[in-house]
Design a protein around this ligand. Structure first.
Ligand SMILES: [Zn+2]
Length: 176
């Protein structure tokens, strides 16, 4: 079964939920290590497991953890890695120089990301993640941002989702 982009978003974007013990256990399995700084489940796969978690801006020991939205589903991370391997990030970065509207939307994504993080705890830095606002360096970050916040916030997260729409894990993308 192939999901349309609207269905994908509605499946993924139900608002942030508290992390249950079961969610934390699944995320540990997805990452292959104990998750750190979990704050919320920001999106889920059609299978129901977390696909994006929101993390605390600082870990328990005070270490800054600037990546606020983290893609955890191994199926999705693998699909994104394959896409990254095709050189799409170089092409996306190049388009920032040619398309003023895109560059503006990307800067807004950067500012939105920082605003979300600062609302939890300001880290005193304007470094966001994924290369924002001037380069495209990690599509995992951008897809996580789109899944967490819905479409229209991060243009390259939206594009990544569209590029993967036909491959999207449908029923069963279990952690193992
Ligand atoms: Zn999944």
């Amino acid at each position: 079964m192939v999901f349309g982009i609207g269905a994908l978003i509605s499946l993924a974007h139900k608002g942030f939920e508290p992390v249950t013990e079961a969610d934390a256990a699944v995320v540990a399995e997805q990452l292959g290590r104990p998750p750190r700084g979990l704050r919320a489940v920001a999106a889920r796969c059609p299978s129901g497991h977390p696909s994006v978690v929101q993390t605390h801006p600082r870990l328990e020991d005070g270490t800054p953890f600037p990546t606020l939205y983290y893609l955890t589903c191994p199926r999705l991370t693998s699909l994104v890695s394959t896409l990254e391997g095709n050189g799409v990030m170089r092409e996306m970065t190049a388009r920032l120089d040619e398309d003023a509207d895109l560059a503006e939307a990307y800067r807004s994504a950067h500012e939105s990301y920082l605003a979300d993080r600062d609302a939890i705890e300001p880290l005193g830095t304007d470094v966001s993640a994924g290369g924002m606002p001037s380069r495209v360096k990690c599509l995992h970050v951008h897809l996580a941002h789109t899944l967490a916040r819905g479409p229209g916030v991060n243009p390259f997260g939206d594009e990544t989702m569209e590029l993967l729409a036909d491959l999207w894990p449908s029923g069963d993308c279990a952690a193992r």
